[in-house]
Design a binder for this molecule. Structure first.
Ligand SMILES: *Cc1c(COP(=O)(O)O)cnc(C)c1O
Length: 395
């Protein structure tokens, strides 16, 4: 039996048909440069500004001109980190982030540390994948200029205490950036009430096109551009705007917000069933990430005594597309930096699987995964001498 089940939605999603049809006229007819003064240019400019309205409303920003379009979520993250660092270096050279961020945050931070004399504190997380607020308070110094903590994690789905972090940042007069790429589809966001100064987004994680992101920058924030050229995006992000992608982004956000409440409930039920089915039918299994403060669609499971490479191959051959840890680190033998930060051993980390459900998954998909996984896992475990020993000791 060959299935057709895509459960790698935290890596990317299938673009929705509605999004595609919204985009098409901007390739074929409405292709004017949004910086041009003619009618075609003014039409595309208006279309972009309409999306600025949709996104600013979706995140509770007061002014649509605080939304800046970028090439990717990665670019938005890099800009937030480096743009703030370079613009505020007279005030201080210290940045606080966490050890579980996406590499789009960790790597620019490492670059600032290595090549530009900045000091970075990487907050540890507890076993549930969530930071300790006391550690954050203790890490703040007079030289701290920025706190960057992701809204929710792409590998485990654990959600960080954003409101508390925002309040602490305000009290200490430090900017607060959050990578909300995974959050926008499922969590109501209000940058003003949450004390968020900068926020990164990406369209392809919520059924929009790849290659378009956005950074919200509050008008109170001092930031410099990292891309220089034309005067696009209020002179802050040069480069001709990718109009079809921006229009698709807008439609994707509109649809995600319209369906948010129902989708969250539906996916919560499905992941609950999935977790129950897996933990009840497969021994020596652990769910990673906080039990309650978690995204409705991500399930990260460690199966002791197996390598997830084998598991993924087995599943892939049966038409079930999942992921081990994060997409960016699979294919390498490095254990997931997120699971490592949560205290999962290198060994256990290699036996981890991420199932991320999405809009197009049905209850039947979940039933099939629950039926197939125990067979695959036990086949793989037959090859493990350590599992034999475990069975002997636990029988
Ligand atoms: C996917 C992702 C990114 C990167 O976004 P791209 O548009 O793929 O560059 C950044 N942060 C998180 C949490 C993500 O899941």
């Amino acid at each position: 039996m060959k299935y057709d089940i895509y459960v790698d939605n935290a890596a990317t999603t299938k673009m929705s048909d509605e999004v595609l049809s919204t985009m098409l006229p901007f390739f074929t007819e409405n292709y004017g440069n949004a910086a041009s003064t003619h009618k075609m240019g003014s039409f595309t400019r208006k279309s972009i500004d309409n999306v600025r309205n949709i996104i600013s409303e979706a995140i509770g920003a007061s002014n649509p001109n605080e939304i800046y379009f970028t090439g990717t979520g990665t670019e938005a993250d890099n800009w937030a980190i480096k743009g703030i660092a370079f613009a505020n270096k007279n005030k201080g050279n210290h940045i606080i982030t966490t050890s579980i961020e996406h590499h789009a945050i960790l790597h620019p931070c490492e670059d600032l540390e290595k090549n530009y004399g900045f000091e970075i504190t990487y907050l540890k997380v507890k076993e549930n994948g969530i930071i300790d607020i006391e550690n954050l308070k203790n890490a703040i110094k007079p030289t701290t200029i920025l706190i960057s903590v992701m809204f929710c994690n792409n590998e485990t789905g654990a959600i960080q205490p954003i409101n508390e972090i925002g309040a602490i940042a305000k009290q200490n007069n430090v900017y607060f950036h959050t990578d909300a790429v995974q959050a926008l589809a499922y969590i109501p966001i209000n940058v003003e009430s949450m004390g968020i100064d900068l926020l990164s987004l990406s369209a392809h994680k919520l059924y929009g096109p790849k290659g378009i992101g956005a950074l919200y920058v509050s008008n109170n924030v001092k930031i410099i551009p990292i891309l220089h050229g034309g005067g696009q995006e209020r002179h802050r992000r040069a480069g001709t705007q990718n109009v079809p992608a921006i229009v698709g982004f807008g439609e994707a956000v509109r649809l995600a917000k319209e369906t948010q409440l129902n989708e969250v409930e539906r996916l919560k039920k499905l992941t609950k069933k999935l977790i129950k089915g897996i933990t009840e039918n497969i021994p020596a299994t652990k769910i990673n990430g906080d039990e309650t403060n978690r995204m409705p669609h991500i399930v990260n499971i460690t199966f002791s005594f197996i390598e997830s490479e084998g598991l993924l191959m087995f599943l892939d051959n049966r038409g079930i597309t999942a992921s081990g840890g994060s997409a960016c680190s699979s294919g390498s033998f490095e254990p997931s930096h997120v699971l490592t930060a949560m205290g999962v051993s290198t060994h256990e980390s290699h036996g981890s699987l991420r199932i991320s459900l999405g809009r197009y998954n049905t209850e039947e998909d979940v039933d099939i995964i629950i039926k197939e996984l125990p067979t695959v896992v036990s086949q793989l475990r037959k090859l493990s001498p350590a599992y034999k020993k475990y069975l002997n000791e636990n029988s």
